[in-house]
Design a protein around this ligand. Structure first.
Ligand SMILES: NC(=O)c1ccc[n+]([C@@H]2O[C@H](COP(=O)([O-])OP(=O)(O)OC[C@H]3O[C@@H](n4cnc5c(N)ncnc54)[C@H](O)[C@@H]3O)[C@@H](O)[C@H]2O)c1
Length: 354
């Protein structure tokens, strides 16, 4: 295969953006060209560390001809506001989760992407783990039969200090974070459940502030009704001291799959090889003591490999002129579900997702 030229990346927003900068340096076919932040205390050390250009003004970074792709890593309520000018400047985009906090803005971005003919990727790194891909494959092949129950629990913890200071005060607000534990942290679980189990038709939700001095919420619960007839539950919080890991159970007519503590806990699918298959899956993705030691099968490795994979996917999407793995369209449903849960919590009524 011919060696393709490395594509140039510029990272906007240097909180999570520093993770993108490191991932770009690791990713094949990608070259970090510049970083941008209005906070010089973040900008200068990051630019020095990676030996790349530093832009304090985003408009200046957009004029840089060496940059092909912009990674948008600013607060969630600014994503579309920053993504559209990048497209206007002829840059492809990778947008951190959630794509934005409002569905109408995400729709605006989808239109802008279509018009531009450029590539646009969302970030939901949980979709890239080998374990989650195997679960999706089993569900898509109908191995669990018709789905019955789809359940996710995210009992995380954030200290009050997380919501304070120059880079914390937008978190847990309605206008910049679009919510709290559900929109910020829980959106990963929401996306994973809908990616694995299909679209959600309606929701019934409740939420409140229990353990922090914040505006939006730090605890949400919801009942989810899926288009395929399954029913599910979702719980998110940042109040569960000292922070437990995500737990999920998906069960259908013919089997059940569950995970927690960062690994697979059950793989029970009816069939002649039920026991052998479970043993094999636990040896790949189960608790450490049951697992063969390979990093490629370690679901905990998502921390860095997820972003590297999505950056490499963007490079390939551009070189092969195909859609990226996570299109903006496919990242939108999580935003629809989250906002519908909030609407239900406010009105006390079940909300249908149109
Ligand atoms: N994929 C994940 O697992 C993951 C994890 C954490 C955060 N995130 C997402 O990353 C995004 C950023 O979160 P964070 O925790 O890094 O927030 P943060 O506040 O720490 O960082 C955002 C940065 O953007 C900068 N910024 C704001 N406006 C700017 C502008 N106009 N020009 C240049 N810089 C500007 C801020 O100065 C700040 O440094 C959020 O959307 C969040 O949901 C994703």
């Amino acid at each position: 295969m011919a060696v393709e030229k490395e594509l140039g990346f510029g990272v906007l927003g240097l909180g999570m953006g520093t993770h993108h900068a490191r991932a770009i340096e690791t990713a094949k076919g990608a070259k970090l060209i510049a970083v941008c932040d209005i906070d010089e205390g973040r900008l200068n050390p990051t630019a020095e560390k990676h030996n790349v250009k530093a832009y304090k003004d985003y408009a200046d970074m957009l004029k840089d001809d060496e940059i092909d792709i912009i990674n948008v890593c600013t607060p969630s309520g600014m994503h579309v506001e920053h993504a559209i000018p990048a497209l206007d400047a002829g840059k492809h985009i990778i947008v951190e989760k959630p794509v934005d906090i409002k569905v109408d803005r995400v729709n605006k971005l989808i239109e802008a992407v279509k018009k531009s003919g450029l590539k646009a990727s969302g970030i939901f790194q949980s979709r890239t783990t080998p374990m989650n891909k195997r679960i999706k494959d089993a569900i898509d092949k109908g191995r669990l039969g018709n789905l019955i129950g789809v359940h996710g629990l995210l009992p995380w913890y954030r200290a009050q200090s997380y919501y304070q200071g120059p880079h914390g005060s937008w978190k847990g607000t309605w206008d910049m974070d679009g919510g709290g534990s559900l929109m910020n942290q829980g959106v990963h679980t929401v996306d994973l459940l809908q990616w694995l189990a299909g679209k959600v038709k309606s929701v019934y939700g409740a939420f409140g502030v229990f353990g922090h001095d914040i505006e939006a919420e730090d605890k949400s619960v919801a009942v989810l009704k899926f288009e395929n007839g399954a029913i599910g539950t979702l719980t998110t919080t940042t109040c569960a001291y000292p922070g437990l890991s995500q737990i999920a159970v998906i069960h259908g007519q013919k089997g059940s799959i569950a995970w927690g503590e960062g690994h697979l806990t059950a793989w029970k699918i009816q069939g002649d090889n039920e026991k052998e298959e479970e043993k094999e899956m636990l040896s790949l993705y189960g608790p450490k003591e049951k697992r063969g030691e390979t990093t490629s099968s370690d679901p905990m490795a998502v921390g860095s490999s997820g972003h590297v994979g999505l950056i490499e996917d963007m490079v390939e999407a551009i070189n092969e002129d195909r859609e990226p793995m996570i299109t903006i369209e496919s990242a939108k449903h999580a935003v629809e579900i989250v906002n519908s849960i909030y609407e239900s919590g406010r009105t006390g009524k079940e909300v249908t997702i149109s």
